[in-house]
Design a binder for this molecule. Structure first.
Ligand code: PEP
Ligand code: MG
Length: 320
């Protein structure tokens, strides 16, 4: 059924019995955001702002940043007709500099272990102006385009970090969230949700930090697998916290682009899936072929499997 549906699926995201699930795009710039509209998606679940700065020696001015962010926001602006009504939005991630994404004007040099170093939101605590200027640029672009704009921070480990970030974003009148990429954030998801409006699980880093396995190390691919039971448990804890709080919890890592795993995530209570545009149709079609009950059964089967292969086999048997 899923294969037949693939050709004809045109969104919006929903299970076979009509439970809505936002299907969103991961983008890097205006060009990829405009292309994603046709994917078809209901917005952007992850705008990786640091990708615009990888080749820059100096921090762009607030005005230049506003222009760069406006390119992405305007692809989903208030004046842009959406096939899915007015419920489209863009999630802008603040600078995720460091480790696999070095940014010359921000990254700390000479760290012994950059993946565990001063990266992501942690950079802002030693250089608060950097975050403040970026938020100013994002707020200016949001005002200019009229786009529903949510802002989230990468690499958050404590509730205090989440609160400090959310206070700044709320002061600008925007929705604030944090990424769940560190096991501590997943375990404390319920408390994170007391201070933020939404969570977004970055399964690439969450898997890396849960399994203590470098996401770039190809010889550790058996460990850097989001089907690992420990990773699935942390995702389930985070999704359940979202259900309890009545707040959205999305997934924006590679896991969301795996059609079978996407159904598992939805069965756990995940409310949005953000992925590379190329994955949108396969994921949308697979989800449209599974009822919420089937997704919940798939989640249960995956969570009780002993290893990734067993989890995949069990879910495949349930969802074919
Ligand atoms: C992730 O870690 O899963 C994520 C979405 O962020 P990035 O891949 O940019 O680190
Ligand atoms: Mg990440």
């Amino acid at each position: 059924a899923a294969r037949t549906a693939l050709a004809s699926w045109s969104g919006p995201g929903a299970t076979a019995d009509g439970v809505p699930v936002k299907i969103l795009a991961n983008v890097a710039d205006g060009e990829s955001a405009r292309a994603a509209r046709a994917a078809p998606v209901q917005g952007v679940g992850l705008f990786r702002t640091e990708l615009s700065f990888l080749n820059r020696q100096d921090e762009p001015s607030v005005e230049e940043q506003a222009q760069i962010y406006g390119e992405v926001l305007s692809a989903f602006g208030a004046d842009v007709h959406s096939a899915f009504g007015d419920e489209q939005y863009v999630v802008v991630r603040t600078l995720d500099a460091g480790s696999d994404k070095p940014v010359a004007f921000a990254t700390h040099e000479g760290e012994e272990n950059p993946a565990l170093g001063v990266r992501g939101l942690r950079l802002s605590f030693g250089n608060p102006g950097l975050l403040d200027r970026q938020l100013e640029g994002i707020a200016a672009a949001a005002a200019a385009t009229g786009t529903e704009t949510w802002v989230m921070a990468p690499m958050v480990a404590t509730v205090a970090e989440a609160k400090e970030f959310a206070d700044k974003v709320h002061a600008l009148g925007l929705k604030a969230g944090v990424m769940v990429e560190v096991p501590s954030a997943a375990l404390l998801a319920h408390r994170m949700l007391e201070v933020v409006d939404f969570l977004s699980i970055g399964t690439n880093d969450l898997t890396q930090y849960t399994m203590a396995a470098d996401r770039m190390a190809t010889d550790l691919a058996h460990l850097t697998d989001p089907w690992q039971p420990a990773v699935l448990q942390l995702i389930a804890i985070t999704a359940e916290a979202g259900r309890q709080a009545g707040k959205p919890v999305g997934v924006c890592g590679e896991a969301a682009a795996d059609p079978l795993l996407a159904c598992v995530l939805v069965g756990m209570g995940i409310t949005s899936l953000s992925m590379a545009a190329a994955a949108v149709r396969p994921v949308g079609a697979q989800l449209a072929a599974a009822s919420m009950d089937e997704c919940e059964d798939a989640a249960e089967a995956a969570l009780s499997a002993a290893d990734p292969a067993a989890a995949r086999d069990a879910v495949r048997a349930l969802l074919r």
